[in-house]
Design a protein around this ligand. Sequence first.
Ligand code: HEC
Ligand code: HEC
Length: 208
Amino acid sequence: MSSRSLLGIALALFSQLPMAASNQHGSQPDAKAGEQAAAVCASCHGVKGESSNALFPSMAGQNEKYIIKQINDFKSSTRLDPVMNAQVANLSEKTIANIAAFYAQQSMPTGEADPAVVELGEAIYRGGNLTKQITACGACHGPSGAGNPPAGFPQLAGQQAAYTVKQLQAFRTGERANDANEVMRDIAERMSDAEIKAVAEYIRGLRP
Ligand code: HEC
Ligand code: HEC
């Protein structure tokens, strides 16, 4: 797929999106209630969404729309993970919105990129790879990795590198298949292990 059609998909996704989920039911989400509900998540995702395990994603500062979509995808087994499918099975729509509001208000802790590969990672993140038709990550995830909250494109900046590597590999094999229009699967299948590792390290060092 060319970068032009990818941009088309991004725009199409954007235009289809409803307003923030919080407005759909007439009531604003309650971040305080979300903090309480997220207490059971803290052992893996951190008290304020700052994970200290390389394979558990940090959630601090992640946009609400993306978090809500992922939790619903785990609930419906559109995204598969034995731990997470069970964790969210009984969460109500309201609790999900509250938890998302709580995490979105926190800030992502800073991380350090591995200097040995950061240059290649930066090149891919900012410029993609024309020959292999890998679209620049920053086009959708933002130049600093802050994501695109209205579109629900996830914040990547500061994320655990091993987690990012695992996700890109899972998109590449199709094991993770919850991305609309296969947007991430199409990109990841063009990426080598070395490129995945490098871009994950660069992302780890980004500040949203
Ligand atoms: C026992 C550890 C554990 C607990 C407890 C846990 N999670 Fe997770 N969570 C994970 C792991 C591991 C992943 C990554 C799964 C993968 O590799 O795809 C994850 C992924 C997620 C994601 C996707 C993040 C992203 O960037 O795509 C969300 C959202 C999430 N968890 C929310 C929650 C919520 C809400 C709770 C509490 C109700 C919770 N988790 C409890 C381990 C846990
Ligand atoms: C055309 C837009 C677009 C481009 C370009 C793009 N992404 Fe994504 N990316 C997305 C969307 C949308 C999602 C969310 C998919 C879903 O709903 O689960 C995503 C999800 C991800 C995730 C999972 C985040 C998490 O917390 O689990 C990672 C990692 C990721 N992208 C990395 C990259 C990298 C690295 C590049 C560049 C090589 C890139 N993306 C290019 C749109 C894009």
